[in-house]
Design a protein around this ligand. Structure first.
Ligand code: SF4
Length: 364
């Protein structure tokens, strides 16, 4: 193993030789750094980049972000997934305006107290924007340290996290913590990658325990794999004379505050229209009589811990004078994608519906 201070020296030299320019690198605006960090959580850089650029252009200050409506914010976030990140951004921007007069806080504790900001993001903002000595610990850093040290303590246990954080802080260059953290993350993302790391020619190879002991592929170690839960929805696409209806998801569940068609969540998805008719009779007796017209294919969307299936059923309301639930929003059936924030699966369905309706008499 190397002397502790040698890690940072080699790392910073490596970063100098292997620059990885990004729009948010080298800036000290904590608001922009925060935006980039939140957008890039669980998102690939190529996917997050246009969102980052759009957000700093539409909301150039934290006050602009705080003053927007949640619906508008979610609409701009559409396609990035993990919508709780957007809602937390909004809440934290409001906190910064209310508690800090719109000035981004500079102390680690105050940054960490913002909604949606965990240890990693707080350390990133504190070190990148304010040059404070807090080591970042994300998936890349876990992997690099596990390989350097050969330590096989599972990274998803409290003890494991404690060990890796202590090591990350012990090698941090306190004079340039931002540059050190950035180099550490870039090294993990581009060089010491999960598959096919560039061990040949790596500046750490003669000191890297995993490489020297042939254990690179097996590190880091995780204690458990999270099984994906399956959820299945029937979306009722009510067709009135001109409109259909959406509602906002307010339940404490995924896709919270996004809009969806009124839905049912059966044990298993039906295969015949008459089963759907029965379910509607059971769950929406106030809307009768209705006629189930046709079913879509089953759409599937994979979320972090869930596999979601959706079956869309067009339903004709036979009596348009029935009173509809108050939280339903009417949307013209002929509209192109609504301006409301929708889950991806609903977007896919809506786009396909547009394509079908532009092919006259295909199904009638
Ligand atoms: S030698 Fe291989 S495993 Fe070790 S730090 Fe370098 S790239 Fe990573």
């Amino acid at each position: 193993m190397l002397e502790l201070k040698e890690y940072s020296r080699i790392l910073l030299h490596w970063a100098h030789e292997n620059p990885r320019p990004m729009p948010w690198k080298g800036i000290s605006n904590p608001y922009f750094i925060w935006l980039s960090e939140i957008i890039l959580q669980q998102t690939r850089v190529e996917q997050g980049l246009p969102y980052y650029e759009r957000f700093i252009s539409i909301y150039p200050t934290v006050r602009d972000l705080a003053n927007t409506s949640e619906d508008e914010l979610l609409k701009h976030w559409e396609g990035l997934g993990y919508y709780s990140r957007a809602r937390n951004l909004h809440a934290a921007a409001k906190t910064i305006v209310e508690l800090h007069d719109g000035v981004f806080p500079s102390s680690y504790e105050q940054i960490r107290a913002l909604k949606g900001v965990g240890d990693y993001t707080a350390a990133a903002i504190a070190s990148f924007a304010f040059n404070q000595p807090y080591a970042v610990l994300d998936g890349n850093v876990f992997r690099v340290i596990a390989r350097w040290t050969g330590v096989d303590v599972p990274i998803d246990t409290p003890g494991g996290k404690q060990y890796f954080l202590a090591f990350a802080n012990s090698i941090l260059d306190a004079q340039q913590p931002g540059a050190h953290n950035q180099a550490m993350m870039d090294f993990g993302a581009t060089w010491c990658t999960p598959q096919k790391p560039k061990c040949t020619g790596c500046p750490f190879s003669s000191h890297c325990t995993a490489y020297l002991e042939g254990r690179v592929e097996g590190l880091p170690v995780k204690s458990k794999k999270v099984a994906k839960k399956e959820r299945a929805f029937i979306y009722l696409v009510f067709r009135g004379e001109r409109d259909t209806y959406l509602r906002k998801r307010l339940e404490k569940d995924f896709w919270r505050h996004l809009y969806e068609f009124p839905s049912l969540e059966p044990e298993v998805l039906p295969v015949e229209l008459k089963e759907v008719s029965q379910l509607i009779e059971d769950h929406f007796p106030g809307l009768l009589p209705v006629k189930a017209l046709r079913m879509s294919r089953v759409y599937r969307q994979t979320l972090s811990h869930r596999q979601v299936s959706g079956l869309f059923v067009e339903v004709r309301l036979l009596d348009e004078s029935v009173s509809l639930p108050e939280d339903w929003v009417s949307i013209p059936w002929s509209t192109s994608l609504p301006s409301l924030a929708l889950p991806r699966m609903l977007e896919w369905y809506w786009r396909e519906k547009e394509m079908i309706s532009s092919a006259p008499n295909l199904f009638e």
